[in-house]
Write a protein that binds this ligand. Structure first.
Ligand SMILES: N[C@@H](CCC(=O)N[C@@H](CS)C(=O)NCC(=O)O)C(=O)O
Length: 262
C-alpha cells in the first residue's frame, strides 16, 4: 500500500506553542487526515534542538514524515500534497495554481513576519498572556514555570525578529492595506476555498495570531479576511489584553471608520 492509498506515514511535527506557521502545518495534517506526534519546543531554544535533529533549517514548523525531514510551512504543504493528494492544498488548474502560490508566498514573506514582530513586541510589554499561548503544550517543564522564567527568551525572540517599536509601528500602519489585499483576493476567488488551500491556511494562521491580540481583533474579525481566518482555522490558542500604544493603532481605527455620508 502506498502513501496515497493511506499507509501510515509516521509523522512527527515540531512546533513552538502559538507559532502561526506551525499552526498552519498542524491544520494541513489534520485536513489530510494524517495522524502525527507533536513535539512542543520553547522559542529560541528550538533552534538548537532542530539543528541537533538535522532538519534542513532551525525554525518551526519542521516535519519528519516517511523518513524525510522538512522545514518550512510552504515546503511542508507541497510535500503533504505529494504524499497524500486528497484533499489538495493546491489547485490543479495552472492559472489558479499561480495565483494561489503568489498569495501563499506573500503570506509567508510579508504578513507572517510582520505578525510575528507585532506579537513579540506586545508580549514583551506584558508577559501575562504567555501562558494562554502555551495552552495544551507539553514543554517538558510546568507551563507556569516556563512562563515565569521566560523574560530572557521573550527579549531574545524580540531582538532576533527585529521587533523593535519602529518596525512594529510601521507594520501596524501597513496592516489596513494588507487586510484590504486579503479581502480583494477573497472577492476574486484566489482565497477562501473549501477545503482551504495552502494560501488560505498560510494567511489565516497569521490573521488568527493577530486576532489573539485584543488590540487587533476588532479591526480584523469584521472583515472577510477575519471571517476566512476563523473558518479556515477554527482553533487557535492565545489571548492578550490591550497593550500596544493607542497611537500605533490609529491607522486601523481610521481604516475601519465608516465613510461619512454625503
Ligand atoms: N517562514 C517560516 C517560519 C520560520 C519561523 O521564523 N518560525 C518561527 C516560529 S513562528 C521560529 O521557528 N522561530 C524560532 C525562534 O523563535 O527561535 C515558515 O513559514 O515555515
Amino acid at each position: 500500500m502506498n502513501a496515497a492509498a493511506g499507509q501510515p506515514l509516521d509523522a512527527k511535527l515540531y512546533v513552538i506553542p502559538g507559532s502561526h506557521p506551525a499552526m498552519a502545518a498542524r491544520r494541513m495534517l489534520e485536513l489530510k487526515g494524517i495522524p502525527y506526534k507533536r513535539v512542543d519546543l520553547m522559542p529560541v531554544i528550538s533552534r538548537g534542538a532542530l539543528r541537533a535533529l538535522r532538519f534542513p533549517s532551525n525554525t518551526v514548523p519542521s516535519l519528519s514524515i516517511g523518513g524525510v525531514k522538512i522545514t518550512g510551512s510552504r515546503a511542508i504543504a507541497h510535500e503533504l500534497d505529494r504524499l497524500r493528494p486528497d484533499p489538495p492544498l493546491y489547485p490543479s488548474d495552472d492559472g489558479e495554481l499561480a495565483a494561489v502560490e503568489d498569495a501563499e508566498r506573500w503570506g509567508e514573506e510579508v504578513l507572517q513576519p510582520a505578525v510575528r514582530r507585532i506579537l513579540w513586541n506586545a508580549l514583551q510589554r506584558d508577559r501575562a498572556a504567555l501562558a494562554s499561548y502555551a495552552e495544551g503544550a507539553r514543554l517538558g517543564v510546568p507551563t507556569g514555570l516556563a512562563v515565569k522564567t521566560a523574560a530572557p527568551i521573550v527579549a531574545a525572540a524580540k531582538r532576533m525578529n527585529r521587533a523593535g517599536d519602529e518596525a512594529v509601528r510601521a507594520d501596524l500602519a501597513a496592516l489596513p492595506g494588507w487586510l484590504q489585499r486579503v479581502d480583494d483576493w477573497i472577492a476574486e476567488g484566489v482565497l477562501g476555498a473549501d477545503p482551504p488551500t495552502a494560501a488560505d491556511l498560510q494567511i489565516a494562521a497569521s490573521l488568527r495570531l493577530a486576532m489573539t491580540l485584543d488590540d487587533l481583533r476588532p479591526a480584523i474579525q469584521v472583515r472577510p479576511a477575519g471571517e476566512l481566518a476563523l473558518r479556515a482555522m477554527p482553533d487557535f490558542p492565545g489571548q492578550a489584553a490591550p497593550i500596544l500604544p493607542p497611537a500605533w493603532l490609529e491607522p486601523l481605527r481610521q481604516a475601519n471608520r465608516p465613510a461619512a455620508n454625503g
